[in-house]
Design a protein around this ligand. Structure first.
Ligand code: CS2
Length: 474
């Protein structure tokens, strides 16, 4: 019997770094001990390949204030894996110029909020902590989050410590303001004086964060093992592009210049960047995710290389969404996006992106539909995307393969989609009128509902690609 090397290979750890450096891999050389200056909630792939690498660069530059306590909200597995690797993980950055591995070293400690909430509260209240950053996903913004943060802030106030910069890095409209509202509600409930302290001492900048970071696959972990020689259970792949635009609103005003020196864009108003990103990148992603899931195209790279899909996404961005945007370079951003989507190294699963669509659609499509309707722009492709989502919710692709709808509202939505599967008008009446997803206005807009119905009817009759070809021909 052969031993499974996966179980016996040495794990990535601090002691391995010199050997990795000798293999040409970029590794952290800064001291990785001491009290973290950042508490980050949400230890997923995105944080590790985005903000944590910016903090890593700052640490590498000699500013020891950016070490991170990485908090997984629920899943202990990743936090414990990282802990076993001294917080280290490898990132494969792939572009058309080739790929390069680097080891991220900003995560110094990990914790699990569901398992050790007191430790998280204490960390928020630690004297060394200056920033609290978050990637808890759209559905994470509930009262529990506000309560966790408010408890930490209450302990800071009691100890006479300075306030924090509390930066949401999730794909929400006005993410800083939304988080501030949650924290203020929780603070008021604890103690009105705490709410005054938070309002006066803490800063909640809005931000736009951008980097495509797919969940790791077994293939990626195998590639990491080959490149590193040691095993890395937290390895990731990503693209070379990254962008972090943050509002100039910090508890310590000097932090703006520090971040800017590390490549972060610090601005007075994030809205133009946020609008362009949520509507062009994320809006296109969700459209392709639903289309790919229905047609049986597993990854975004495959979707976008189909001429019909590329033409659709180009048209969606150019004719329906782009003209509404205030970001002046939106057409260059669009062109860069088309290339980013096609990056063959990413292997970004459509089902991963389709996860939690009910939480994602509200910021990705309805603002564009409403804006286009107001401006007299076409909305055909947005209506097609909405119809593709309704078809996606049936949970079976066009080859008859079943898949899971992973979404907090999944059971309810799938039941509605299946109840009306053969009847486009009834499906749209049931799914297109949900105000939690579409807002108050679109469920009453007969022109919009009729367009979605027509597209869903065509997807039902002609198949997704047939309906897409017909739409393009019009
Ligand atoms: C994606 C995002 O999974 C999704 O919903 O649209 O994670 C996307 O890859 C990032 O926002 C890119 O910055």
């Amino acid at each position: 019997m052969t031993m499974k090397s996966a179980d016996t290979a040495a794990r990535l750890c601090s002691a391995c770094l010199p050997a990795l450096a000798a293999r040409g891999i970029t590794v952290p050389t800064h001291a990785r001990s001491g009290a973290p200056g950042v508490v980050h909630l949400g230890l997923g792939a995105f944080h590790r390949a985005h903000q944590a690498l910016v903090f890593d660069a700052l640490l590498q530059g000699g500013d020891a204030r950016w070490g991170v306590l990485g908090v997984a909200m629920r899943s202990a597995a990743l936090a414990d894996s990282l802990q076993a690797q001294d917080g280290l993980y490898a990132v494969q950055v792939a572009s058309s110029a080739g790929s390069q591995w680097q080891v991220g070293g900003a995560i110094w400690q990990t914790a699990v909020a569901a398992r050790e909430p007191a430790q998280v509260v204490q960390a928020i209240a630690a004297p060394s902590t200056r920033w609290l950053t978050l990637t808890v996903t759209e559905k994470g913004y509930g009262p529990e989050l506000g309560q966790l943060i408010a408890q930490g802030l209450a302990a800071r106030q009691t100890a006479g410590l300075p306030g924090l910069t509390i930066a949401s890095c999730d794909n929400l409209v006005g993410n800083g303001r939304q988080l501030q509202a949650l924290c203020m509600t929780a603070a008021k409930a604890l103690n009105p004086a705490l709410a005054d302290w938070v309002a006066g001492r803490c800063a909640f900048p809005n931000s736009m964060v951008d980097r495509i970071v797919p969940a790791a696959t077994p293939q990626r972990l195998a590639a990491a093992r080959e490149a590193l020689v040691v095993a890395d259970e937290a390895a990731l792949g990503t693209e070379a592009f990254w962008e972090w635009v943050i509002e100039r609103r910090f508890a310590d005003a000097a932090d703006g210049a520090v971040l800017a020196a590390a490549g972060v864009t610090v601005v007075d108003d994030v809205v133009p960047f946020e609008d362009a990103k949520l509507r062009l990148l994320n809006g296109s992603h969700t459209a392709m995710a639903c289309m790919g899931a229905v047609a049986g195209w597993p990854v975004i790279g495959e979707c976008i290389t189909k001429p019909a899909v590329r033409g659709f996404i180009h048209g969606l961005m150019t004719q329906e969404v782009g003209p509404q945007l205030a970001r002046p370079d939106w057409s260059a951003y669009r062109d860069a996006l088309l290339a980013r989507f096609a990056n063959p190294a990413l292997q970004h699963s459509v089902h991963q992106i389709a996860t939690d669509s009910s939480q994602k659609i509200p910021q990705r499509w309805p603002p564009s539909v409403l804006g286009a309707l107001r401006a007299g722009l076409p909305v055909e492709r947005l209506a097609f995307a909405a119809a593709a989502w309704m078809r996606y919710l049936r949970g079976t692709d066009e080859q008859g393969q079943a898949y899971a709808i992973v979404d907090p509202l999944g059971g309810e939505l799938q039941a509605l989609a299946l109840a009306h599967a053969g009847d486009a008008a009834a499906s749209v009446q049931a799914l297109g009128t949900l105000t939690a997803i579409w807002g108050e206005v679109l469920p009453r807009d007969q022109r919009w509902l009729a367009l979605v119905t027509r597209n869903l009817d065509e997807i039902n009759r002609l198949g997704l690609l047939g309906a897409l070809a017909k739409l393009q021909a019009e």
